[in-house]
Design a protein around this ligand. Sequence first.
Ligand code: AHQ
Length: 241
Amino acid sequence: MQRLWAFDEFEARLRACESRYHIHHRFNLRLNRGELQPFQVRAWVANRYYYQVAIPRKDAAIISNCPDRDERRRWVLRILDHDGRDAYDGDDAGGIEAWGRLAQAVGLDPEDLRTHRHVQPGVRFAVDAYVNFARQRPWEEAAISSLTEMFAPKIHADRLAAWPTLYPWIAADGLGYFRSRIPLATRDVEHGLEVARSWCTTRARQERAIAILNFKLDILWSMLDAIERGFPDDMPEAQRP
Ligand code: AHQ
């Protein structure tokens, strides 16, 4: 019987998974070095929109599997953060609305965005796998899968720091989504780590948590694989978003 890791060691092992985070993916490196053409930035925004609109349904699946009212009262905030709480044009319009503003700022056709016209099969497959995981697994496992956001503040900060210079053609107010996520990711990670601490009462569960995190890291990585392959530098003009 292997011994339980102390929580600090367990958390350090979770955080060590950062090396597989999609911040290190070639497509993301090129995106944040300003090496992508406008149509490839538009492709990334259009494909990530499919992920963003899935998040509230993923979180609703977690809530539907969670018998604990206190936990649901906290988790429900994530749905409202994305779907919005108020008028569709105010500060509380939600992350999906803000992503729509990013799409407008990069020049995506709103109808192409809404209909997911540019979404690649590999992106659809990965995102649907994430939602189905949340539907089918114990709510604690699905909660732990959101801990990739331990690494998200850096990736959002990188965009905010680099894009205004690298992509001056993108209106600055389009970047509001990235700014809004940094405090929300930090709050979400605190909750996710509390769930990991209380649920991982055995070494086997601690190792299961690391496997779950790697599954979610694969989801994010394979999305960029599909986007990179779907929108090569020499893509015929007529097919470009
Ligand atoms: O914008 C992102 C977001 O709303 C979420 C929710 C969270 C989850 O529940 O899995 N993960 C996540 C992420 C967002 N942005 C990604 C990015 O690179 O912009 C990072 C991603 C994550 O780290 O899981």
